[in-house]
Design a protein around this ligand. Structure first.
Ligand SMILES: [Zn+2]
Length: 252
């Protein structure tokens, strides 16, 4: 792969970083990331990953843009109301960076379609809003030894996880949340509320973790959960151990 002059200019501020460089930028352009959910988290994740040149990005979401989304889902504008979220997101991303491949999936991720959709991507970022999808993605990535970067937000609090299932020692989401909650389809943002900038903070950290995992730079978050209290401005990394009685041990 040879860079055009335009590409070198576009990515120049990250190419000059020693830990990125030309080789790192090529790695980013050769990588593929599936973003699950074009919502509060999916918006900043998709915008940053497109802008910095992830070579192939997929966005999956079945919903349509509603007016209550616009307070935090910054990938959309008022003109997008009632339009398909995945398609509207891709249109915006294409404007941000016409240099990359973009694919929208206007559907929910399910047991029946996850293999077909996710097999074309190296890494999955979970910005979904319900536990049924979170568990589904966890189990898929575990089985296929993929890296999963995952985030959650509610009210003023957020969490970030990275599971690198190519490592035997990696815990999984079920180690942390052993049982699917009794209301797995409930969207907490809808019932408990959330402040837009928190979605931006957590989504930006998720995008940053994706880049770290692809380039294998810095300290990976695998084995920890990052817990953020945006009111107290506390950022805390807590150890997240693999549970010996968890489902993920049976699968190894
Ligand atoms: Zn586990």
């Amino acid at each position: 792969m040879k860079f055009s002059k335009n590409q070198i200019e576009r990515y120049s501020r990250q190419i000059i970083l020693k830990k990125v460089g030309i080789i790192g930028q090529k790695k980013l352009l050769k990588s593929s990331v599936l973003i699950v959910g074009a919502g509060g988290l999916g918006s900043p994740i998709a915008i940053y990953l497109s802008a910095l040149g992830i070579g192939k990005i997929g966005v999956i979401d079945k919903d349509h843009v509603e007016i209550s989304n616009l307070g935090r889902q910054i990938i959309f504008e008022t003109n997008d109301l009632k339009k398909s979220k995945s398609a509207a997101a891709i249109r915006r991303l294409r404007k941000i960076n016409p240099d990359i491949k973009l694919k929208s999936f206007n559907k929910n991720l399910t047991k029946l379609n996850i293999n077909q959709i996710a097999k074309n991507f190296d890494l999955i970022v979970d910005g979904s809003d319900n536990f049924r999808t979170r568990f589904l993605i966890n189990d898929y990535c575990l089985k296929n030894k993929k890296i999963l970067v995952s985030g959650a937000i509610s009210k003023f609090d957020g969490q970030v996880y990275t599971f690198n299932f190519s490592k035997k020692s990696s815990p999984c989401l079920r180690c942390f949340i052993p049982k699917m909650p009794s209301n797995p389809d409930i969207d907490n943002c809808e019932y408990e509320g959330v402040l837009g900038p928190l979605a931006g903070i957590i989504g930006s950290i998720l995008a940053n973790e994706v880049v770290k995992e692809i380039l294998q730079i810095g300290d990976g978050l695998c084995g920890y959960v990052l817990i953020i209290d945006s009111l107290k401005l506390n950022f805390r990394k807590a150890k997240l151990n693999k549970r010996s009685d968890c489902y993920c041990n049976e699968k190894k």
